[in-house]
Design a protein. Structure first.
Length: 248
C-alpha cells in the first residue's frame, strides 16, 4: 500500500493522498501551498482524523479551490464550524483556522481501490479516529502514534485513553503505519508495542521517585530529562511535565 500513497509534509504534519481521497489537510498556514500542489492531481474528498488545526486547517481553502467535500468525526463538527481563537504560539506555528462545513464521517470510507474502516481512538482528543484498510492492513493514525518514545503531552490529552486506543489499533495487526508526524512507519506493530511499553515502563520508577526526597520538578527531570523549547513556546501547555505528572 505504501507505493500507492502520496504524502505531503506540511510543517512537520503529513497529509496523505490515497486515490482521490486526502486524509487530513495540514495547518491553515500552508493551505494555499497544498492547494497549489493539487493543481495537477485528482482530489475529490477530504477526511479528518480529528479537529486540531494542524490536521484540519486546509479544510476551507481546498474546498473553495476544488469544490471537494470534507468529512470529519461527529465530535469534531461543531468545533470545525466555530474554531476557537488559538493562543499566540498556535497562530504563529500553524495559523488560525477558519470555520469549516463538514459532513459526519460514515463508519466506512471507500476509494477506487481501498476500503477504510473508521476506528474511534480517543485520548489525544475526544473526537480522534484512525483509518484502517483491512485488506492491505494499512493504518492512518493521525496523532495517535507520534513516536515510539513520545516525551511530550498536551495538557488536555488523556494518557490512559491514548494507551487504550493504541492497544485497540494494535489488535488490528497493521503492517504499515501512516503517521501524521512520524511519516511512514514500516514495522507498525513493533512501533506501537514499543510506544505502549515505553509509557508503561515510565510508571515503574515512580515509587522510588516519590520516596527519594526529590522535588516534583527534579523527579520529572530524572524521569524524562529537562524541558525543551516546545514547553517554552507553548507556555507549558505542551510539555514533558504533563506526561511526567501522570506517571509520578
Amino acid at each position: 500500500m505504501g507505493q500507492t500513497v502520496l504524502s505531503r509534509t506540511i510543517r512537520t504534519v503529513e497529509a496523505y493522498l490515497v486515490d482521490d481521497l486526502l486524509i487530513d489537510s495540514g495547518p491553515p498556514a500552508t493551505a494555499v501551498e497544498l492547494a497549489r500542489w493539487f493543481r495537477h492531481r485528482e482530489l475529490r474528498r477530504i477526511v479528518d482524523t480529528h479537529h486540531h488545526e494542524d490536521h484540519a486547517g486546509g479544510n476551507t481553502v481546498l474546498p473553495e479551490a476544488f469544490g471537494v467535500q470534507v468529512s470529519a468525526p461527529s465530535g469534531a463538527l461543531s468545533i470545525l464550524r466555530g474554531p476557537p481563537r488559538l493562543e499566540l504560539y498556535g497562530r504563529v506555528m500553524w495559523g488560525q483556522p477558519r470555520p469549516t462545513k463538514a459532513a459526519p464521517l460514515r463508519p466506512v470510507v471507500n476509494t477506487r481501490r481501498y476500503r477504510f474502516d473508521v476506528i474511534p481512538t480517543p485520548g489525544h482528543c475526544a473526537d480522534h479516529v484512525c483509518f484502517f484498510e483491512p485488506k492491505e492492513t494499512g493504518l492512518f493514525s493521525g496523532d495517535l502514534f507520534i513516536h515510539a518514545r513520545a516525551h511530550y503531552l498536551n495538557a488536555r490529552e488523556d494518557v490512559y485513553g491514548i494507551l487504550a486506543s493504541l492497544r485497540r489499533v494494535l489488535a488490528l495487526e497493521p503492517s504499515i503505519l501512516f503517521c501524521g508526524h512520524a511519516g511512514v512507519v514500516q514495522d507498525a506493530c513493533g512501533a506501537i508495542e514499543r510506544r505502549i511499553r515505553y509509557w508503561e515502563e515510565l510508571g515503574e520508577p515512580t515509587e522510588a521517585l516519590r520516596t527519594s526526597g526529590l522535588s516534583r520538578a527534579k523527579s520529572r527531570d530524572r524521569l524524562l530529562g529537562p524541558e525543551g523549547v516546545a514547553a517554552w513556546l507553548s507556555g507549558g501547555r505542551f510539555s514533558k511535565r504533563n506526561l511526567a505528572d501522570d506517571r509520578i
